[in-house]
Structure formats: C-alpha cells, structure tokens
Design a protein around this ligand. Structure first.
Ligand code: PMV
Length: 324
C-alpha cells in the first residue's frame, strides 16, 4: 500500500480548452500557485484477489462515474507496465469536493503518485505530471509546490505537455483567501465546458492565440515580484476565460450574484491600497490572492459579509509527496 498527498492549485494564467480529448492535451499553457491548506490524501494497493477496482471517496464508496474515471486512469498504468491486478483506492479531501475548489487537481496528482509507486514504478516529476494530466489537466500542476507552469506542448503524443516548477513557495509568500459563495455542485464540468467553448465560442481562437503573451508577462511579474503586474495579468486571464465561456452557445455562467459582488469588492480594496486581486475557476467561489500582511484584514472584513458563506485562508503549498 502506498499513500500520497497532493495539494490543490489555482491558475493565475488559466487553462481552458483541449487540443485532444483522449490524451487530455491543453490548447494553452497555464501558470498556477499550489495551495497549502487544501489537499487530497490517497492510498492505493493493487490486490490480485479483487475482481474490480474499488474506490472509497471521503469515507464512502464512490459513485460509478467516479469509480470508472479512476479505473480508466489505473488502466493507463496497468497497460504500460503489464499489470493485471485491480486496485483498492481510498481518497480523502480535507475540503468540500466539486464546489469549484479544484478537487480533481489534487485528487489526480495524489493518485498518479500513489498508484505509480504501488505499481512499483519510480517516475520522474515530469513523467508523473504527464500521467496526472491524463486524469485532469490541472492535476499536472499539483505535483509541484509554489509557482508552477504547465506547457501545452507540441508533440501529438503529449510527451511535452507537462508542468514544471517555476519557483518554490518561499520565492514570494503570497496568501490566498477563498471566499466560498455557494457549496452547490456545479452544473457543467470543465471538460464539457471547454468543449462547448471550443466548438461554439467566437472568441476561442483569440483566446488560444493571446495565451502566450499572458504566460510571458506572468513569468516576468513573478521574476520581478511585481504585485501590480501580477494582479493585472491574473484578473485579465480570469475575466478573459469567463468571457470566452459566457460567449459559448449556450453561454456558460459559472458565477452567481455574490461572485460578481465580490469582484467589485476586491477591486475597490485594491483601489484603496490593499495588495489583493481575484481569480475564479469554473465555479462561483472567489479566490483572493494577496500579500501576506493583507490576509488577516481581508478575512476580517469578509466575516459576516452577506455574499460569503465561509472563508478558507491558505499559504502556498509544497510538492506532492509519499506519506507511507
Ligand atoms: O483540468 P481541469 O478539468 O481541472 O480544468 C481546469 C480549469 C480551470 O480550473 C477553470 C482553469 C485552470 O487552469 O485550472
């Protein structure tokens, strides 16, 4: 049995759109930060006495859809290394699953690490990232701590579509305040949403073509630790991704009224001199990224704010690792 832990991440330069669904190749690169307070712990044991893979999620037998997704992922490892056995997988998130808090990122990163080790393989960080990508695009980034860049790659087999560490967490100790506005499950998952945008959004080509500029501007902002630049590029990439999604047909609206209210709230904070900006993934939660000295005051002000159900504060997290 091997147990591994991986932390969740949020993209500052976003990924939206796939070049190849089967290999899960992203149409654009992305840059993310790994989150210390949100993690998944997953244990895997391959057991010849099992007739099918078993999956326990947060203490309960998982639904068939989740079990099949994990089973298909394990097939990749089994197929490559001539392994026949089914596996027993036990996975626990320390945060609400599927509420737009990127549970698939930490889940597939932890699974890639635990399952490959349980199969007797010692994969490099790059190989693990490629493997995790097949489970979920954002999972490729969760193998690494701190600041991470995912490359879209050029090779048709996906051999160069992996994430790499840019800087460790202590390069720039940012904090993230997650404002949870709703814990309801999202209606359109990221894979379906991305495909709808690719097929129907008139902005899709512009989105893909402009992504390299955002990535290069973000690399500069991180190298210079220029917070104003970091804020501008991150909000630009986030709003551009949501504009792309909204311009799909039918339009994808991941926000609720509270999400929008908080965007204005964060902008006015920044205008007032607080070093903070927002980012939002395919869900209604607002992630407020700030310099460490600003975090406590932001949390205080959000306490009792009618738009916010609860807050989670986190520093930047470490690489994924094997626990036992
Ligand atoms: O790889 P997925 O299915 O978790 O998709 C991630 C999509 C976004 O969270 C919206 C953006 C991103 O880069 O994480």
């Amino acid at each position: 049995m091997v147990k591994a832990r991986a932390h969740s991440n949020i993209a500052l330069v976003k990924y939206w759109g796939k070049k190849d669904i089967a290999l899960n190749l992203p149409a654009v690169g992305s840059i993310s930060i790994t989150l210390e307070a949100l993690h998944t712990e997953t244990s895997v044991v391959f057991d010849e006495s099992l007739t099918a893979d078993e999956l326990v999620l947060n203490g309960r037998p998982a639904g068939e859809k989740e079990r099949m997704r994990v089973s298909r992922f394990l097939d990749i490892i089994r197929g490559r290394h001539g392994l026949q056995s089914a596996a027993r997988v036990n996975s626990i998130n320390n945060f609400p699953t599927a509420a737009g808090l990127a549970s698939s990122a930490s889940a597939f990163a932890a699974l890639a690490l635990a399952a490959s080790r349980a199969a007797g393989l010692e994969l490099s960080g790059q190989e693990l990232s490629i493997l995790a990508r097949m489970g979920s695009g954002s999972a490729a980034r969760s193998l690494f701590g701190g600041f991470t860049e995912m490359h879209r790659g050029k090779r048709p087999d996906g051999g160069d579509a992996f994430a790499e560490p840019l800087y460790p967490a202590d390069h720039w100790p940012l904090k993230v305040v997650i404002a949870v506005t709703s814990e309801a499950q999202k209606k359109t998952g990221s894979t379906d949403g991305m495909e709808l945008s690719r097929k129907t959004s008139p902005y899709y080509t512009a989105w893909v073509e402009s992504s390299e500029d955002d990535l290069s501007a973000m690399r500069d902002a991180l190298a210079q630790k220029d917070f104003q630049k970091l804020a501008e590029i991150s909000e630009f990439s986030c709003l551009k991704m949501h504009a792309l999604a909204m311009a799909s047909n039918p339009g994808l609206i991941y926000w609720n009224a509270q999400t929008l209210e908080l965007l204005h709230w964060v902008r006015s904070l920044r205008e007032g001199g607080t070093p903070a900006f927002f980012t939002i993934d395919a869900g209604p939660q607002v992630k407020i990224v700030c310099l460490p000295e600003a975090a406590a005051a932001i949390v205080n002000q959000l306490q009792g704010h009618p738009a916010v159900e609860r807050t989670i504060v986190t520093a930047l997290g470490p690489d994924a690792y094997v626990i036992e």
